[in-house]
Design a protein around this ligand. Structure first.
Ligand SMILES: Cc1cc2nc3c(=O)[nH]c(=O)nc-3n(C[C@H](O)[C@H](O)[C@H](O)COP(=O)(O)O)c2cc1C
Length: 322
């Protein structure tokens, strides 16, 4: 446990842990000095079956990093970020150094305010279309972090991507290790990590987009007729790019939340190398797919728990002690 932390750091850590993560594994550790927060990948929480290269874990840490930056800015302090600050330590993904006083922008305030309101909503959305203005805003959010958000608003592209999601979902269903992992991280009782059963969605009546953590007992439900599905891509696929992709993913999700939208993920094609390559080709080879989500107007859902910040933060000097 760290001794004295400023309120800015405590609030920033509380914001960081609200980031999304695969199976709600929360694969992060924060190592602190009085004016720095290191974001470290917790390798013990990387999912062996669905995320063997830790790409999704790095995305989750990138999302936590964006939350840190926004919370610090909204608290009236600047910050500098260095990615991969120590060559010899690959699990050290980023170092955030607190800066001098800073006047938060309107966007920083709004996105920081959206952090506690964001959650994955796996239920059907309404048929209300997402307006052009909001589509532009989420695309720009990705661009601001060096990524590209491809909105699958052409019928052919959506059909083809949905086909890849279904195929990857089927392949994962045949994989015993994958099924075991999902079971191990699905919680029937309240715990501070993993996906609680109540956060699952219903089976989809049409089956266009098969979800994960599906409530198999309930009746199938009709999902929105014309779902808005988006693929986030990066110019390259290096580990540091995956951390940046996480920042972009989170900026998109917070921008969507701020605009009143809900989102849920469909990572199946990303998690199978050969299917990810097909998705890359389908999108014209322009960028490396990092994550896929559905955006729309949802009915209010439920938030998932997090481990307390005491469980994920430690003093950097303590961590460096042999
Ligand atoms: C990189 C990444 C991939 C994810 N993939 C899926 C997915 O394929 N299906 C799904 O339902 N949720 C997926 N999630 C959402 C997580 O399960 C969710 O973030 C976690 O359970 C915490 O819940 P919250 O998002 O409601 O805070 C993914 C999250 C991340 C960061």
């Amino acid at each position: 446990m760290v001794l004295t932390r400023s309120q800015v750091v405590v609030d920033a850590l509380r914001a960081a842990v609200r980031a999304p993560s695969p199976h709600n594994t929360q694969p992060w550790i924060f190592e602190l000095t009085p004016d720095t927060i290191d974001v470290v990948l917790d390798e013990s929480r990387v999912l062996g079956a669905c995320d063997p290269e830790a790409r999704e874990a790095r995305l989750a840490c990138g999302a936590a990093l964006l939350n840190l930056r926004l919370a610090i800015a909204a608290a009236g302090r600047g910050s500098e970020v260095e990615l991969a600050p120590e060559r010899g330590r690959v699990s050290l993904l980023a170092r955030v150094t607190l800066g001098p006083r800073h006047r938060p922008t309107v966007t920083e305030r709004r996105l920081a305010a959206a952090i506690p309101r964001r959650y994955s909503n796996r239920r059907p959305f309404t048929d209300e279309p997402v307006p052009l203005r909001v589509r532009t805003a989420v695309r720009e959010a990705a661009r601001d972090e060096g990524a590209r958000l491809v909105l699958l608003d052409e019928a052919g592209l959506l059909e083809a991507t949905a086909g890849l999601i279904r195929r990857a979902d089927h392949l994962q269903g045949l994989d015993a290790a994958f099924r075991r992992e999902i079971r191990a991280w699905t919680r029937q009782t309240a715990e501070d990590d993993g996906v609680p059963a109540y956060a699952g969605g219903p089976r989809s009546a049409g089956g266009l987009l098969p979800g994960r953590y599906v409530n198999e007992d309930g009746a199938p439900r009709v999902f929105e007729q014309d779902p808005l599905v988006a693929v986030l891509t990066m110019p390259n696929d290096a580990p540091v790019s995956q951390v940046r992709a996480g920042c972009a993913m989170q900026r998109v999700l917070l921008t969507a939340t701020d605009a009143g939208l809900s989102a849920s993920f469909y990572s199946q094609p990303i998690e199978i190398t050969a299917v990810r390559a097909e998705l890359h080709d389908l999108l014209g080879g322009a960028g490396h797919p990092q994550t896929i989500f559905r955006l729309g107007y949802g009915y209010p859902g439920v938030k998932t728990p997090r481990r307390p910040i005491e469980a994920v933060a430690r003093d950097r000097r303590e961590a460096e002690r042999p």
